[in-house]
Design a protein around this ligand. Structure first.
Ligand code: KIV
Length: 274
């Protein structure tokens, strides 16, 4: 009989498994996580891909954008997430300016993430201009997830969080970029905040799975920021976020009850004391 380690390894979601989910028309469920306990809960609940997104800059660190997140911070959070996972594929986001300057630097930083975290791959934002970096990285055996449409690392250039690819010129550019990413070797492509009709067209024109966020139901999978869908992060309400829980309210209520109990000497009870 094989050891637990081997049994668990055999059950892990791989990039190959993600590809065959598209081929078998099985939808891919993805969420972000930034810490051990959340990662463990997502894994137990059957999430296929856990992304350590640089969205942690906003929902975990409280910055206004994702830009301040550093490589060391992503490495730290990815290590904690990996410890909570038995089955899901863990992907680490490459932070702003860790891969854009040149392909060599991006490739080395991707290697550092893989060596130091135990992640199963990295994610980068952009099309044609990051294709060389993706080619080098995938040739070295590092799986790369692409990201097109609304790319939060380009928020200052976009000037806001409006949907992308609404005008036909930009839509054509995004379709072209998706094909370039596929040729460069990505194993999947996140499509953020683009019209559902455009996401459907891209999904049909590339062999690799598309993972939508605000991109309609025709994508091969879906991703949401975990703090948004659990109702923990209350500062941002895009229409594509479905709240599956209202944890911020629950936490406030629970903590308020605790404070009351402490103040009125109702906690701890005799049974909770030694
Ligand atoms: O940083 C992130 O969490 C992401 C997802 C929203 C796709 O890029």
């Amino acid at each position: 009989m094989k050891s637990d380690k081997h049994t668990l390894a055999a059950k892990r979601v791989t990039t190959r498994a993600i590809q065959s989910m598209k081929e078998q028309k099985q939808k891919i469920a993805c969420l972000t996580a930034y810490d051990y306990i959340t990662a463990k809960l997502l894994d137990q609940a059957g999430v296929d891909i856990v992304l350590v997104g640089d969205s942690l800059g906003m929902v975990f660190q409280g910055h206004e954008t994702t830009l301040p997140v550093t490589l060391d911070e992503i490495i730290y959070h990815t290590r904690t997430v990996v410890r909570g996972i038995n089955r899901a594929l863990v992907i680490a986001d490459m932070p702003f300016m860790t891969y854009q300057a040149n392909a060599e630097e991006g490739f080395r930083n991707a290697g550092r993430i893989m060596k130091e975290t135990g992640a199963g791959g990295v994610k980068v934002e952009g099309g044609e201009h990051v294709a060389d970096m993706i080619r080098r990285t995938t040739r070295a055996g590092i799986p790369v997830m692409g990201h097109l449409g609304l790319m939060p690392q380009s928020i200052h250039q976009f000037g806001g969080y409006q949907p992308r690819g609404v005008e036909s010129d930009e839509a054509k550019r995004i379709i072209n970029d998706a094909k370039i990413l596929e040729e460069a070797g990505v194993f999947s492509i996140v499509l953020e905040k683009v019209p559902a009709s455009l996401a459907k067209r891209i999904t049909r024109s590339v062999r690799v799975p598309t993972i939508g966020i605000g991109a309609g139901v025709q994508c091969d999978g879906q991703i949401l920021v975990v703090s948004d869908m659990l109702g923990l992060y209350e500062e941002f309400h895009p229409r594509f976020v479905r709240k599956y829980a209202r944890l911020a309210e629950e936490v406030r209520n629970a903590v308020h009850a605790y404070v009351q109990d402490v103040q009125h000497k109702k906690f701890p009870s005799d049974e909770e004391s030694y």
